[in-house]
Design a protein around this ligand. Structure first.
Ligand code: GLN
Length: 542
């Protein structure tokens, strides 16, 4: 019989429910269980695809091309769960489906209401993600007490009633604030939050307390008593010292996975958490420290490039290096100040993005990296910047650019013919996994060690095939191509420590325990002593 774990959050938002859910998943996997992970988000947007990265952080893309909440990135980084469209639902999506049914007349004239119609649709959404797993972990977005989360809580209460209480577990993640004035840790907000849950009819089985300081047993006993949760089921999630990847070990040391299995009646093998233990040792004892310049438009919000930053640290783990980030606003980069702004960085990364703002600064950063032989990785729009720079300064097409930014440029980056046709009908984004064939003898092929890979996309514009030969003849290697659509996927300058740019987003597939090959190779090059600059390619400026 399949088991279900629901994770709710109390007191404040941003407690790390996503990370906690992911860590719980990883611990269950260490016991040999097959898990699924899912998030229900309380906002009305139908998906986060159209939400500003400044507000909502990165849009995470699944293999099947769903644009989802960034917490799904944590799920994939911590576990092997297969995430799909069914792994993220929003209130907007649920209402949209119910209203569409109503318009079609599916409800046969009955009054359509939050209970039971929305709650039923939520329960269907939950079961749609349970395919072939032993345990499905569903994170409920928002904070208990929010008006918006109420239908979710009502739905999971009904869900537990329907499945039987022995198959469902409720975990509540809460905050125990530390008051500096009195030097005390306070349980009252947690008591109130659990009170709200119990009013709706949900009694949490486990309480995980986010704390700044170690909690003594008097506190956990108090929470147990007031919140009606058994003493061993009040655990703490103290702020981590080094890295979020300490979380699985921290929870395991308190017996979390054992308790979960006992409560759910799951018999498993002994847990093997050696991979996490080794990883944490590695993270705690780096042999070197590197600085990577990230030249991206959304640098003000760390979450906007979440997967990129994580993948960089993973590349660091593989090379026993601690990564420091130098976040650089491309709008402030000019040919005059680029050397000063990027001085001393061990690598330059230009991530993805939409819109023209800052694009010229990115091109300037690419040129600096190319000419000074600084390891470079370009992702999606970063590839557009790399190809534009190469076309302008090496091929001599001075007005090379992307038609994304208007028709004043010679379009070395353009929409493909078929896209131009579909464009008028809306929806042209290339989303999700596509195949890529890597050419023999390239850096990319060497890094991956295989010829055929699948990587995830989220973009519209492509390298214009009409300029492929011009670029190639001037020395840009087309290292990867989509074999079905004949589109450029990877470009590189092979005669450079590492200068690779991808049309896809490799950052979505990197895990701490399995760093992405391109990030591993990029950081490995960043670790090596820098060769002397040899700006031999420049034609336009020579
Ligand atoms: N704006 C570019 C495009 O749509 C790149 C998108 C991205 O970097 N994700 O093609």
């Amino acid at each position: 019989m399949r088991k279900y774990i629901f994770v709710t959050g109390g007191v404040v938002s941003s407690l790390g429910k996503g990370l906690t859910s992911a860590a719980i998943g990883s611990l269950l996997e260490c016991r040999g269980l097959k898990i699924g992970l899912q998030k229900l988000d309380p906002y009305l947007n139908v998906d986060p695809g159209t939400m500003s990265p400044y507000q909502h952080g990165e849009v995470y893309v699944t293999e099947d091309g769903a644009e989802t909440d960034l917490d799904l990135g944590h799920y994939e980084r911590f576990t092997n769960a297969v995430l799909t469209r069914a792994s993220n639902y929003t209130t907007g999506q649920i209402y949209h489906s119910v209203i569409t049914k109503e318009r079609r007349g599916d409800y046969l004239g009955c009054t359509v209401q939050v209970i039971p119609h929305i709650t039923d649709a939520l329960n269907e959404a939950i079961t749609s993600a349970e395919d072939d797993v032993d345990v499905l972990i569903t994170e409920i977005g928002g904070t208990v007490g929010d008006i918006e989360s109420l239908p979710f809580l009502e739905a999971i209460r009904q869900f537990a009633l329907d499945k039987g209480r022995s198959h469902v577990l409720f975990i509540h993640l809460t905050l125990i604030p530390y008051l500096r004035v009195s030097g005390e840790m306070k349980t009252k907000p947690t008591q109130h939050s659990v009170g709200r849950l119990r009013e709706i009819g949900i009694q949490p089985d486990l309480i995980l307390c986010r704390t700044e300081k170690e909690m003594g047993s008097e506190l956990t006993d108090k929470i147990s008593l007031f919140c009606n949760v058994e003493k061993p089921c009040v655990l703490q999630e103290k702020d981590v010292d080094y890295s979020i990847y300490e979380l699985p070990l921290m929870l395991h040391q308190q017996g979390l996975d054992r308790i979960l299995c006992e409560k759910l009646g799951l018999e498993t093998r002994d847990p093997d958490i050696s991979a996490w233990a080794e990883l944490v040792e590695r993270i705690k004892n780096p042999k070197r420290e590197l600085e990577i310049g990230v030249v991206g438009k959304y640098i003000v919000l760390h979450d906007a490039y979440k997967s990129v930053y994580e993948a960089l640290s993973h590349g660091g783990f593989a090379n026993e290096a601690k990564i420091r980030l130098r976040k650089i606003d491309p709008e402030e980069l000019t040919p005059d100040n680029v050397a000063a702004r990027l001085d001393g960085v061990d690598g330059v990364l230009v991530p993805g993005g939409f819109g023209e703002r800052g694009f010229e600064g990115k091109v300037t950063a690419v040129r600096y990296a190319r000419e000074n032989r600084v390891p470079f990785l370009g992702l999606c729009l970063g590839l557009h910047a790399a190809v534009t720079e190469f076309a302008r300064n090496v091929c001599g097409i001075e007005d090379a650019g992307s038609s994304e930014f208007g028709d004043q440029w010679t379009p070395v980056i353009d929409l493909m013919e078929e896209q131009k046709k579909i464009r008028n009908l809306g929806g042209t984004m290339r989303l999700g996994a596509f195949p890529c064939k890597l050419a023999e003898g390239t850096r990319a092929r060497e890094a991956y060690g295989v010829e055929d890979v699948q990587e995830r996309h989220r973009h519209r514009w492509e390298v214009n095939n009409a300029y492929r030969n011009t670029l190639k003849e001037a020395g840009l290697t087309i290292a990867g191509v989509n074999p079905d659509l004949d589109l450029v996927e990877v470009v590189e300058i092979t005669d450079h420590p590492v200068f690779v740019a991808t049309q896809y987003h490799p950052e979505f597939k990197s895990k701490p325990t399995r760093p992405h090959p391109l990030f591993r190779a990029f950081i490995a090059a960043a670790c090596a002593p820098r060769p002397e600059p040899q700006p031999k390619h420049n034609r336009a400026t020579a």
